[in-house]
Design a binder for this molecule. Structure first.
Ligand code: AKB
Length: 312
């Protein structure tokens, strides 16, 4: 098989684990990692790496041609909290990087694209629980607006030019291997780090802020799963709802107390509370389950056990 994969944004929270998994699955030399700057020693030694600005069309094209790339995973993005601080930078990165790979595919230089969307495409007027695949979408954050716009463009490029682009709406992602950067769901990673280090945590969201979440192993399985699914099984070309579990900070604290009885949590909500309030609490992902066989494995208590054991 002539598959050669390029991961753009390989040093980020998802990119790091995705790169490692794909390199295990395919030969390491068939998986080209890239990011705006060099990665850590593990990343640099495990296979080919290119320093690449996702917003530079010519540079992306050069790497695609040099390595005879067939599949691109575009993981470079500015997340919700950072994009509220730098709206134009967030918009430019999230949109221009997408256009670059969509246009390369339109020109026949790439066969297949994975592009991540997010629960941030939903907004305050969206039904909060079991949010359907198709529903009111009026995102109120820069990040959400960029992701919703991106979804429309993905569908447009598929319908108009036959570009094989596949996408999922990630919930908050939790991993012990990599840190998130600039998201609203980041507390759900930070809380485990602080639990192990200090046995206490000050949370930037309120106790009862329920959000959709997922353990990273499940997210990686979904990402590779949708890319490897037969083309005709992908019936939605904007982005698939994807769900595993939903919880709030108090429920994570309770879960941590199963292992650390006197773990303490307090709450000092900041600007991220408003972002979280605009997002759904739970997601209906029936279409992903039916169309390409998505199934999550890890629930909150099992995830807590894995996080604490590995961080210790
Ligand atoms: C964020 O919090 O911005 C991200 C997301 C839900 O897409 N984790």
């Amino acid at each position: 098989m002539k598959k050669r994969i390029l991961i753009i944004g390989a040093c980020g929270q998802i990119g790091t684990e995705l790169t490692a998994t794909l390199r295990k699955q395919y030969a390491p030399h068939k998986v080209i990692a890239s990011d705006i700057r060099e990665g850590d020693a593990d990343m640099m030694q495990a296979g080919p790496f290119e320093v690449l600005d996702a917003m530079d069309y010519d540079a992306v094209q050069d790497v695609v041609i040099k390595h005879e790339i067939t599949d691109v995973y575009l993981m470079a993005a500015m997340l919700s909290a950072t994009a509220e601080k730098f709206p134009m930078r967030g918009w430019n990165l999230n949109m221009n990087s997408l256009f670059n790979v969509l246009n390369l595919a339109k020109e026949g230089k790439i066969d297949k694209i994975f592009w991540p969307s997010s629960i941030a495409v939903f907004g305050p007027t969206t039904p909060k629980t079991e949010t359907p695949q198709r529903t009111v979408m009026e995102p109120s954050t820069v990040y959400g607006i960029s992701k919703q716009t991106g979804e429309r463009w993905c569908e447009y490029y598929f319908n108009k030019y036959g570009v094989d682009v596949r996408s999922i709406r990630y919930p908050g992602l939790i991993s012990y291997k990599t840190l998130p950067g600039g998201g609203t769901t980041d507390y759900a990673v930070d809380i485990y780090h602080k639990a192990v280090k200090h046995n206490k945590y000050i949370c930037f969201l309120n106790a009862d802020t329920t959000l959709p979440m997922m353990f990273m192993d499940d997210a990686i399985k979904a990402t590779i799963g949708i890319m490897e699914a037969p083309q005709d099984s992908i019936k939605i070309r904007n982005s698939y709802n994807l769900s595993a579990m939903s919880f709030n900070p108090e429920e994570v604290a309770t879960s941590i107390r199963r292992y650390q009885k006197d773990f303490a949590i307090s709450y000092e909500p900041d600007f991220r509370q408003a972002i979280a309030n605009s997002w759904p609490q739970s997601i209906d992902d029936t279409s992903a389950r039916e169309d390409w066989g998505w199934k999550h494995e890890v629930e909150l208590d099992e995830m807590t056990k894995i996080m604490l054991e590995n961080l210790k």
